[in-house]
Design a protein around this ligand. Structure first.
Ligand code: ZN
Length: 95
């Protein structure tokens, strides 16, 4: 068995990036994953933009949750986040 030099490309695609955001929030990202995540954010304007929108959405949703002060735990359903981001994208396409 040959163990040649293994070149592991940890390049993240845009689709993977979106998936990593959720895992980052959950604290499930390894150092390696986090590094590729940050690298992709630096190199991809679209994903960097997406992440900004995501963070805005999260903080907005948190404020709403704090206002309703019903839940001690601030858990934002991913479906809600997706819905808000989706409408943001739709708004942008109109000129
Ligand atoms: Zn990207």
């Amino acid at each position: 068995m040959r163990r040649g030099k293994q070149i592991v490309q940890r390049e993240v695609t845009c689709r993977q990036f979106v998936g990593l955001i959720g895992r980052l929030r959950d604290g499930e990202l390894s150092d390696v994953d986090r590094r590729s995540f940050l690298q992709h954010r630096r190199e991809c304007a679209r994903c960097s933009d997406y992440l900004k929108g995501y963070e805005l959405t999260i903080s907005a949703a948190k404020r709403i949750a704090e206002d309703s002060r019903d839940s001690s735990e601030t858990v934002i359903p991913r479906s809600l986040v997706n819905r808000i981001l989706d409408s943001r994208l739709k708004n942008r396409s109109g000129s």
